[in-house]
Write a protein that binds this ligand. Structure first.
Ligand code: NAD
Length: 498
C-alpha cells in the first residue's frame, strides 16, 4: 500500500504517530493509499522548520521571492497533465476539470508574481513640518492553511501563493481525502527555488487542525471547508490570538427572470449544478424562475438536458462529471434526496439508481432534479454538495431577491436576464458576497477577491487579491523627522495638525 508522508523542511518526512487515513480511488471504490496523520510533536517539527526558514525568507527581497513564483508557475504548467491525473484519481472529478482546478490556482500565483508592486507601502512627504509618514507591510511569520477536498490544488494556491510571496512561511494541512497533489505542489515549490521550510505539508484530521489552532508560533490561519468546522476554526483560532479567515459552505441560487435567454440558462445551469458532481462551493444547486411560464418551460428543457448528461470515470474525456469523493458522501446525497421526497418536493429526475457498468463499486450518483421545493424544507436550507438541482418557484422579482438574501449561506448568487436595470438592482440589494450577472459561477479572477457572506465566511478579509495580501501581512506606520538641532515642542500636549 502506497504511504503518503508529510513534507517538512524541504523533504518527505515519515511520521510515527501510528495514525493514518485511507485514500480512495472514487472511480473503483478501492483504497489506493494511506495518508499519515501527524501528532502534535510532528506539527511542532514543521512549525520549527518554518520559523527557522522565515528569518531568511522574509529578508529576501520581494523581486527574488516573485522569481520563485514565476518558476513555480512554469513547473506546474510543465507538470499539468500528471498533476491533473493525480488529482482526478483521488478526487474523482474529470481530468479537464482537474486542469481547471490547477489553472485557477495558478492564476493566484500569477498575481503573486507581481508582489513587489502590490506590496509597496504608502508615503506622505511633509505630513507636518519636516515630518514624513510612511507605511510598510510586513509578513506575519509562520502561517497555516487548512483546505477542503473539493479543490486540492486551487485552494492551497489561493493561500500559500500570496502568503509566501509576501514573506511568510507556511504550514499546509490539506484534506486527508486527496492529499497527494498538495505534496507535489510543495515539491515543485522547492524545485522552483523556495528554501527548505518555506512550504511544509502536514497531513491529518481534527488532531492536526487542533495542533495548528493551539500552536503559539502560528500567527494566522486560513480555512476553507464546511460551515460548522469553519466556525470552530474561527472561534478557536481567535481564542488563541491568531488572525483567522474561515470560509464555509454554500447554497447558491440562480434567479431566472422571464426575459432571460432560456437556451443559455439551461446550458449554464446544467454545468453549474452538475459539474464536478455538484461538489463546488460555487455550484448552482438552486434555481429560482420568476413566474409560472418561465418555470414550466425551464422544467421541461432541464429534464431534456439532464437526459443528455454523461456520468463516467474521471479519465473518460466524454464524461461531464465523475464519481463523488467517498461512499459516505454518496450516501449522504442519496439520503438528502429521500428527505426531499419525504418533505413534499417533487422528485422529477432521480439519479440514485445510477450504476456505471464495470465500476459498480465506484462512488457514482446520477443527476437529480426537484421541483416544488419550498423555503421551509430541510433540503433547501442545508447544503447537499452533490449533483442535485432544486427548483424554487417565485412569483415576482422581490420574492426571488428575498430567497438568497435570507438564506443562511451567502457565498454566490446569479441572475439571468436581458434587463440591465433589474440586474443592477439585484446586484446592489442581494445579501450575498459574490454575484454573477448571466454568469452562473461568479468566482472572481485572482486579482479580485473571493469570499462569501453570512455562514459562508467567518472573519473580515477575503481570499487572494489585495484582500489576501492584507490578511497575510501586518502594517507598520512610521512617522519620521530629522530636526536640525533642538526643537522646543511641548512633550505634554498631544500634537495636532490644527
Ligand atoms: P470539511 O469541513 O469536512 O473539511 C475541511 C478541512 O477541515 C479538512 O482539511 C479537514 O481535514 C478538516 N476537518 C474535518 N473535520 C474536522 C473537525 N472536526 N475539526 C477540525 N477540522 C476538521 O470540508 P470538505 O468536505 O473537505 O469540503 C467541502 C466543504 O467545503 C463544503 O461545505 C463546501 O461548500 C466548502 N467549501 C467552501 C468554499 C468557500 O470558499 N466558501 C470553497 C470550497 C469548499
Amino acid at each position: 500500500m502506497r504511504e503518503i508522508a508529510h513534507f517538512i523542511n524541504g523533504s518527505s518526512f515519515t511520521g510515527a504517530s501510528g495514525r493514518h487515513g485511507d485514500v480512495f480511488n472514487p472511480n473503483t471504490g478501492e483504497v489506493q493509499a494511506r495518508v499519515q496523520f501527524a501528532s502534535s510533536a510532528e506539527m511542532d517539527k514543521a512549525v520549527a522548520a518554518a520559523a527557522a526558514a522565515h528569518v531568511g525568507w522574509s529578508a529576501t527581497n520581494p523581486q527574488r521571492r516573485a522569481r520563485v513564483m514565476f518558476e513555480f508557475k512554469r513547473l506546474v504548467e510543465a507538470n499539468m497533465q500528471d498533476l491533473a491525473e493525480l488529482l482526478s484519481s483521488e478526487h474523482g472529478k474529470v481530468i479537464a476539470d482537474s486542469k481547471g482546478d490547477i489553472q485557477r490556482g495558478l492564476e493566484v500565483i500569477e498575481f503573486a508574481c507581481g508582489i513587489p508592486h502590490a506590496l509597496k507601502g504608502e508615503y506622505t512627504e511633509g505630513a507636518g513640518p519636516g515630518i514624513d509618514v510612511y507605511s510598510m507591510r510586513q509578513s506575519l511569520g509562520v502561517v497555516a492553511g487548512i483546505t477542503p477536498f473539493n479543490f486540492p490544488a486551487m485552494i492551497p494556491m489561493w493561500m500559500f501563493g500570496v502568503a509566501i510571496a509576501v514573506g511568510n512561511t507556511f504550514i499546509l494541512k490539506p484534506s486527508e481525502k486527496d492529499p497527494s497533489v498538495p505534496v507535489r505542489l510543495a515539491e515543485l515549490m522547492m524545485e522552483a527555488g523556495a528554501p527548505a521550510g518555506v512550504l511544509n505539508v502536514v497531513h491529518g484530521d481534527k488532531g492536526a487542525v487542533d495542533a495548528i489552532l493551539q500552536h503559539p508560533d502560528i500567527k494566522a490561519v486560513s480555512f476553507v471547508g464546511s460551515s460548522d468546522i469553519a466556525h470552530y476554526v474561527y472561534s478557536q483560532g481567535t481564542l488563541h490570538n491568531k488572525r483567522v479567515q474561515a470560509m464555509g459552505g454554500a447554497k447558491n441560487h440562480g434567479v431566472v427572470l422571464p426575459d432571460a435567454d432560456l437556451d443559455q440558462v439551461v446550458k449554464d445551469l446544467s454545468g453549474a449544478a452538475f459539474g464536478s458532481a455538484g461538489e463546488r462551493c460555487m455550484a448552482l444547486p438552486v434555481v429560482v424562475p420568476v413566474g409560472k411560464t418561465v418555470a414550466d418551460e425551464l422544467r421541461k428543457r432541464m429534464i431534456a438536458e439532464i437526459e443528455t448528461l454523461k456520468v463516467g470515470v474521471s479519465n473518460d474525456a466524454d464524461a461531464q462529471y465523475g464519481p463523488v469523493v467517498s461512499a459516505a458522501h454518496r450516501q449522504k446525497i442519496a439520503d438528502y434526496i429521500q428527505i426531499g421526497k419525504d418533505e413534499g418536493a417533487e422528485l422529477v429526475v432521480d439519479g440514485r439508481d445510477f450504476k456505471l457498468q464495470g465500476y459498480e463499486q465506484g462512488f457514482f450518483i446520477g443527476p437529480s432534479f426537484f421541483d416544488g421545493v419550498k423555503p421551509g424544507m430541510k433540503t433547501y436550507q442545508e447544503e447537499i454538495f452533490g449533483p442535485v438541482l432544486q427548483m424554487v418557484r417565485a412569483d415576482n422579482f422581490e420574492e426571488a431577491l428575498e430567497l438568497p438574501s435570507s438564506h443562511q449561506y451567502g457565498n454566490g448568487v446569479a441572475i439571468f436576464t436581458r434587463n440591465g436595470r433589474a440586474a443592477r438592482e439585484f446586484a446592489a440589494r442581494v445579501n450575498v458576497g459574490m454575484v454573477g450577472i448571466n454568469v452562473p459561477i461568479p468566482v472572481p479572477v485572482a486579482y479580485h477577491t473571493f469570499g462569501g457572506w453570512k455562514r459562508s465566511a467567518f472573519g473580515d478579509t477575503n481570499q487572494h487579491g489585495m484582500e489576501g495580501l492584507k490578511f497575510w501581512t501586518k502594517v507598520k506606520t512610521v512617522t519620521a523627522r530629522w530636526p536640525e538641532g533642538m526643537t522646543d515642542d511641548s512633550a505634554f500636549v498631544i500634537p495636532t495638525m490644527k
